[in-house]
Write a protein of this length. Structure first.
Length: 279
């Protein structure tokens, strides 16, 4: 088998399974802890988890064991990879990137670790861009550049029903300044400088969702963009319809579920829009 560059990411990328399979991206699962159960996040039932969170039960997360990264890297090497590009959630939001670095030291081929400084499909699209270049036979520098450029140019826009779950998990970042808002005021957030940051306070869910679409349309402009809408116990249909109307340069809109680990931090009812220039 000819040498190639393998691409690895983690499950907070929210990559739909078919997209990861299409581009041969390996996805390492972040860990979820619910009561006395600890397992890979994709093994938890989403509806049950949402109900558990609404009941007030503790739900926490942790990075993958370095061994999970090690065996993923070993599998890539055994399949003929000459190098690995491994892209992960912001190190200010998770220690996942540190687990990847620890594992990389034990692998016989070069592993290049990229702290994306973001999460969700901003990370997912970066992995796809890297894998596309790698699949076309691109050299390592081009693969890394494709990933870094995609991360740099992508925008993550987040609606949360309440900041309480981010506060509990310690991932609230600069959005701490929004705590104490009236219950009817809905926070809109982004990921900036590797942490959750405030964008706006909007009265009511409907207005907040409309504002989220406005922000997405502004970020997209007239350029060709990839759009993704991820939800955690929320209805995305109206947001998707409005995005199709408002963003002329959008290709297919990827609609999917937020990873349960991200859901554990943003809480039930959350929804995000990723705007990622496609050129």
């Amino acid at each position: 088998m000819s040498a190639h560059i393998a691409v690895v990411t983690d499950s907070t990328s929210c990559l739909p399974e078919q997209l990861a399979a299409q581009w041969r991206i390996s996805v390492v699962q972040v860990q979820l802890h619910v009561g006395d159960q600890t397992d890979d996040e994709h093994r938890f039932d989403r509806s049950e988890l949402i109900q558990t969170m609404k009941s007030g039960a503790a739900v926490t997360t942790s990075p993958p064991d370095p061994g999970a990264f090690f065996w993923t890297y070993q599998d890539a090497a055994s399949a003929g990879a000459s190098a690995i590009v491994s892209l992960h959630i912001s190190g200010r939001l998770s220690q996942t990137v540190e687990a990847a670095r620890e594992a990389a030291q034990q692998v016989r081929i070069p592993v290049h670790i990229l702290d994306s400084g973001t999460a969700s499909m901003s990370l997912g699209y970066a992995a796809v861009s890297a894998a596309r270049v790698a699949g076309a036979g691109g050299q390592l520098e081009r693969v890394l550049d494709a990933a870094e450029r995609r991360v740099r140019n992508s925008t993550e826009l987040i609606y949360v029903d309440t900041l309480e779950y981010l506060r509990r998990s310690g991932r609230i970042g600069a959005a701490q300044s929004m705590l104490g808002s009236a219950f009817a005021i809905k926070p809109l957030l982004t990921v900036r400088n590797g942490e959750v940051s405030p964008l706006a306070r909007v009265p009511g869910t409907k207005r907040a969702m409309n504002r989220l679409v406005d922000l997405a349309a502004k970020a997209a402009g007239d350029q060709p963009v990839d759009l993704a809408v991820t939800r955690f116990g929320s209805d995305e249909s109206e947001v998707v319809r409005k995005l199709r109307e408002r963003v002329p340069g959008a290709g297919e809109i990827v609609v999917g579920d937020a990873s349960t680990v991200i859901g554990a931090h943003v809480g039930p009812g959350a929804l995000s829009i990723t705007v990622s220039p496609s050129n």
